[in-house]
Ligand binder design. Structure first.
Ligand code: F6P
Length: 350
């Protein structure tokens, strides 16, 4: 009876539990694997924090947000590690794990690939609300986040209109503007600002003024957290950060651009402006049907890959097919918003 481990790493997102459920059920039912849940991402494999998962432990978790395994942004290959990769190898040996299913974004997959190079049988599953993983048309979690933002925009529309206000909505996404673009299209935003497109503040002001002059006394501006905008004297330009700290993978902690932008818009246009930061609400709660189905398909495909002995791969969505591709080809790069999508959004700008 082969033993396999499954872990969730990085920021959580809706659909993680649906994936774990699919891995466990498919693994046990079709291949008689023993499945172990590894707690809190790579941290759990360093410390040997595992528990056996069975049909009972994954019953009822399909609609649940978060992850029953817990997660962390632990980087075993980070500069401060104390022999963590060796501890991981030792634990895998001791637990007799034939393969590890690593559910996570670019950072988690980067670690998975390094372990693969050290001889570990890994298979990756792409998750993130940011939808910024190369080679996959969609990651799970993204659709749910887009729906949450869309609903927020719908709600902001009614209050914006009642008060003749400009509403700035700050959304997540790191250095990719997928959430802003998709939710902006779905919610009918008047301006969408994403990291992929250089900011022209004068253009933003003029769009809002034009709309106002045309009789619409309110506007919705969706801004992605990774947008760099000119601040204060209009000369300095850079990310707006919530803290000077970086995470274990060296990422800056974005947040706050909405407030800065709202202030600039109000000052320059004279229109009353408010901002809303949706923050971690975008990562919480139950997954949409799309995300439940995608994560279920990913989980099943990962088990099929293990059965076939295909390792060092990540299962991705290509069109309507789930296929395994080399993890090496997707790490260290971001999938960013292309003109196809932004041009669609632009048709509806003010
Ligand atoms: O990668 C997912 C994400 O939600 C990003 O959109 C965001 O910048 C970041 O994680 C927030 O991280 P944390 O949960 O550590 O605040």
């Amino acid at each position: 009876m082969k033993k396999i481990g499954v872990l969730t790493g990085g920021g959580d997102c809706p659909g993680l539990n649906a994936t774990i459920r699919a891995v466990v059920r498919k693994g046990i039912k079709d291949y008689n694997y023993k499945v172990y849940g590894i707690r809190e991402g790579w941290h759990g494999l360093i410390e040997g924090m595992v528990e056996e998962l069975n049909m009972h432990s994954v019953s009822g978790i399909l609609p649940r947000g978060g992850t029953i395994l817990g997660t962390s942004r632990t980087n075993p290959f980070g500069p401060d590690n104390k022999g963590d990769p060796e501890k991981i190898l030792e634990n895998i040996r001791e637990l007799d794990l034939h393969a590890i299913v690593a559910i996570g974004g670019d950072d988690t997959q980067g670690v998975a690939y390094k372990l693969f190079e050290m001889g570990v049988n890994v298979i990756g599953i792409p998750k993130t609300i940011d939808n910024d993983i190369l080679c996959t048309d969609y990651t799970f979690g993204f659709d749910t986040a887009v729906n949450i933002v869309m609903e927020a925009i719908d709600r902001l529309h009614t209050t914006a209109e009642s008060h003749n206000r400009v509403m700035v909505v700050e959304v997540m996404g790191r250095h990719a503007g997928w959430i802003a673009t998709f939710a902006g299209i779905a919610g009918g935003a008047d301006v969408i600002m994403i990291p992929e497109k250089p900011v022209d503040m004068e253009n933003v002001y003029q769009s809002i003024i034009r709309r106002h002059d045309g009789g619409k006394k309110f506007s919705i501006v969706v801004v992605s957290e990774g947008v760099k905008i000119p601040v204060e004297d209009q000369e300095k330009e850079g990310f707006i950060l919530q803290s000077a700290n970086k995470d274990a993978f060296g990422h800056v902690m974005l947040g706050g651009v909405g407030a800065v932008l709202a202030n600039l818009i109000e000052k320059r246009t004279g229109f009353e402006t408010r901002y809303t930061v949706l923050g971690h609400t975008q990562r919480g709660g139950t997954p949409t049907a799309f995300d439940r189905i995608l994560s279920t398909r990913f989980g099943i495909a990962a088990i099929e890959s293990i059965h076939k002995g295909e390792f060092g791969k990540i299962v991705v969505l290509e069109g309507n097919e789930i296929v395994p591709v080399d993890i090496k080809g997707i790490i260290g790069q971001n999938k960013t918003v292309d003109n196809y999508w932004y041009d669609i959004a632009k048709v509806f700008f003010a």
